[in-house]
Write a protein that binds this ligand. Structure first.
Ligand code: SF4
Ligand code: MG
Length: 319
């Protein structure tokens, strides 16, 4: 609820004014059990910062994180450790996120050891071998090192590490973006299969609208640290309401819409999050902008059936 993350920005030469980069600015959403919420937007829109703030891998500046009704942001000590075990992350880069000095077995066992899940090494090992099998890693890789593996295999190792504690929430931060296209769908299918068998919820972050469409139940579109639209996948892809979403979608070819749809070109560059536009944060690039847009900030409001949109002309944007 109202999650914010500000980073101090370098102030311009000669000025004393303190500036902040508003990486995540007043983001609220709900995630249901076993659900996949896709989070999409251009790079620099605050998706990863949002995902990491939810897990407190970076401390949010403001806001609440309610997990099963409990305030995760206030948790500390034992309680924090217990809640952490239920929330995990898969990182984008399967090369940088695995310690090259640790064996596959050690990497996957680490969360179990931190959480002191078992009293004996043998029990830990058995658990790790089981999880390796579940993610499609040959158990004979147990004593091998990450550098011996391809990107896809490494991402399976990262996935094994993230599910070994049996979490109920996994933040997937661009988990397939660094992989070859041919490997991407294998990893996506694995994530889907794991969700079905283990009942996890995913916050699935990606800049790729086709990947988001494939994996999500609901989709949240971010722009410059803000949520501009949030809806069921079908609603969002078939009936996008926010001009920014419309522009994003117009850029991908959709086979079932061999339509006359035109590509919407956005004007200008992404503004600096240290100096975001007044009023509607999208107004400097919006093809629908009116006078009011640079003055008044549109609220994220329900335009019907839980379809949320932050635009003064929502509903009227579709013509
Ligand atoms: Fe565009 Fe105005 Fe809607 Fe913002 S409020 S998205 S500038 S039409
Ligand atoms: Mg990112």
């Amino acid at each position: 609820r109202h999650l914010r993350k500000l980073f101090p920005a370098k102030s311009a030469f000669g000025t004393r004014e303190k500036k902040f980069i508003k990486a995540v600015d007043d983001v609220s959403f709900t995630l249901n059990p076993r659900e996949t919420l896709g989070v999409v937007g251009e790079s620099g829109c605050g998706k990863s910062t949002m995902g990491r703030s939810v897990l407190r891998l970076i401390e949010p500046t403001d806001g609440e994180i309610l997990y099963k009704g409990q305030d995760f942001k206030k948790a500390s000590g034992q309680e924090l450790r217990r809640m952490r075990a239920e929330m995990q992350i898969i990182f984008q880069d399967p090369y940088a996120s695995l310690n090259p000095r640790m064996t596959i077995g050690e990497i996957i066992a680490e969360p179990l050891n931190i959480q002191k899940r078992y009293g004996s090494k043998e029990e830990t090992r058995e658990h790790v071998l089981k999880v390796m099998e579940v993610v499609g890693l040959n158990p004979k890789y147990y004593n091998r090192y990450p550098h011996e593996f391809s990107g896809g295999q490494r991402q399976r190792i990262g996935i094994a590490r993230s599910i070994v504690l049996g979490p109920s929430l996994v933040v997937c931060d661009e988990p397939v973006s660094a992989l070859d296209v041919s490997i991407q769908s294998q990893v996506l299918n694995l994530l889907r299969h794991l969700q079905e068998s283990m009942g996890m919820a995913y916050i699935f972050i990606s800049h790729n609208l086709s990947v988001i469409r494939h994996i999500s139940d609901r989709v949240m579109v971010m722009y410059l640290g803000h949520v501009v639209e949030l809806a069921d996948k079908k609603q969002l892809y078939e009936n996008p309401s926010h001009p920014y979403t419309q522009a994003l979608l117009s850029a991908i070819p959709l086979p079932e819409r061999h339509s006359t749809r035109k590509k919407i070109l956005l004007k200008g560059d992404l503004p600096s999050p240290a100096d975001p536009p007044s009023g509607c944060i999208f107004h400097t690039r919006c093809f629908m902008a009116q006078e009011i847009c640079s003055v008044e900030k549109p609220e994220l409001k329900d335009i019907g059936g839980g379809h949320m949109c932050a635009c003064h002309f929502c509903g009227g944007c579709n013509q």
